[in-house]
Design a binder for this molecule. Structure first.
Ligand SMILES: [Zn+2]
Ligand SMILES: [Zn+2]
Length: 147
């Protein structure tokens, strides 16, 4: 390989890395957008819930709020999944107590000192690499896990 070829292939590689980084960032932006959208929706439902409750109390009636509560539960589920994906992308975990973003692998929250829940891991039966719990295949050697 000539020096020029080497150089240009190096440039392409660097270019690819940058593109991948940009991809990761736009993915994060997308997720953050979805999270705030769902948070706004949740607030909306909570408001409706409060209003419905107030009206029913005022009228001295038993309000049926189960539908609203179901909607909120749905949004909560979506929010949880979105937050999880965002954390994975950013390589962080969220402190359960104070909500601080903590670097993955930290044992304690730097803000409040709470022990950080570590994501569950399993081991690859073939190469014994650590894998995220629920992985069906090893990301390092491709072996099927026992799960
Ligand atoms: Zn904390
Ligand atoms: Zn493996």
């Amino acid at each position: 390989m000539s020096i020029i070829e080497k150089l240009s292939s190096g440039v392409t590689e660097a270019g690819n890395t940058i593109t991948q980084k940009a991809k990761g960032i736009s993915e994060q932006t997308k997720l953050s957008g979805e999270i705030s959208k769902n948070k706004a929706r949740r607030e909306e439902y909570i408001k409706k819930l409060g209003e419905a409750y107030y009206q029913s109390q005022r009228a001295g009636e038993e309000a049926d709020l189960s539908e609203l509560i179901r909607e909120i539960e749905l949004v909560d589920g979506v929010l949880e999944k979105l937050t999880e994906s965002l954390c994975q992308l950013k390589g962080i975990v969220i402190c359960e107590k104070c909500g601080t973003e903590v670097m993955k692998g930290s044992a304690f929250c730097p803000s409040c000192g709470t022990a950080v829940k570590q994501p569950a891991v399993i081991r690859c039966p073939k190469c014994s690499a650590q894998l995220e719990a629920g992985s069906r295949f090893c990301v390092y050697c491709g072996a099927k896990t026992e799960e």
